[in-house]
Design a protein around this ligand. Sequence first.
Ligand SMILES: C[S@@+](CC[C@H](N)C(=O)[O-])C[C@H]1O[C@@H](n2cnc3c(N)ncnc32)[C@H](O)[C@@H]1O
Length: 399
Amino acid sequence: MSTQHPPPPGSDRLRQRIRAEIAAHGPIPFARFMERALYEPGLGYYTGPRTKIGKEGDFYTSLDVHPVFGRLIGAQVVEMSRALPEGPFTVVEMGAGKGLLAFDILRAVRDTAPALFARLRYAIVDISPDLMARQQRLLAEFSGCITWHSGLEELAPVRGVLLSNELVDSLPHHQVVMTAGGLREVFVAVAGERFVERLAPPSSPELAQTFEKRNLTLPEGYRTEINLAARRWMRLAAERLDAGYVLTIDYGYPATTLYRSDRRTGSFLCYHRHMVSEDPYARVGEQDMTAHVDFSALADAGMAAGLTLDGFTDQAHFLVGLGISTWMQQVLDRDGGDPENSDEFRSMRRLMDPLGMGKAFKVLVQRRGVPPQPLSGLQFRAFDVSDLTLPESPPESPP
Ligand SMILES: C[S@@+](CC[C@H](N)C(=O)[O-])C[C@H]1O[C@@H](n2cnc3c(N)ncnc32)[C@H](O)[C@@H]1O
């Protein structure tokens, strides 16, 4: 008789693998733990088969709220294309989730700018084979102009737009704590069957430099996140861009706000079935983990790689600049004028909510090799670009 047991569920196998790494090499930086929990091939939260985004998943993004979000980004892409000469124009979407943004952008370009659509290439870069398969099903009607890639390294130099929505917050970040003895990093160790945290000197000098370069003093006991992977990603994206724009949408702040002394516990959160927790060691591989984005670090990384900072605003101002009010008025008129009788109007309003998505989400626009031109999405700015940069940052150089 067979004595074989079924293999342990995915999350058990993932925990075993992480424990084995710690047993072999000692405690690992939190960033390494997060990398394996989210992206371990076949077993991580994003790389496994779990339904992640939307009602049946763990969290919503703006794409789930209303397609006007993607349609307006499509309009922004059409406007950006005018800064580039005729010829192939490529949109690279990094971290495409279910493929909804690609779908809405492609529809917007096809419907409003057929000549651009005829020369448009759409490249999706995603780390998740599961989400890639979902994207391919949704985007079947556009398959003639889309290519899929597992890394930015696979792309030829891009003339066009590199864009992302809620990619950066999900890249693995380091966690640090200020102690009486100076800055310490959070490492993950094992005690019995459990993951436990240990503080030790930082694994990279870049961690302390994040605060030193902006003269930020953290009080004792302060705990926060630092996303070095986001800076590497921005460098790589900038290097891929031959001419055009980088458009980054995510929740976050300039460094001086993100690391303000009263934000003592950082912004780390986990999402599981639309419930929020702060425990990364529960449901390993079955919950998303995120932290707010340091947009100053993205701006710095882009400038160091030769990008010009074009603008920084919040989602509400961005969408108003692109004309969401007209769309909302049309829907309201169609539904009789009372917002309470229009689910669709209320969904659109959610994208603009000053206590939610409208203010929490920010939009960063950088460019290379194209002349400055007014962009509708940046006409109403919630911030000045100097809010992001260091005093010693170089002034905008002519293209
Ligand atoms: C939070 S989801 C956002 C999805 C979608 N943009 C949206 O707003 O609905 C993050 C996406 O980024 C992808 N991703 C995470 N890390 C990545 C990486 N290093 N390279 C490419 N894609 C990545 C995930 O697979 C997922 O599709």
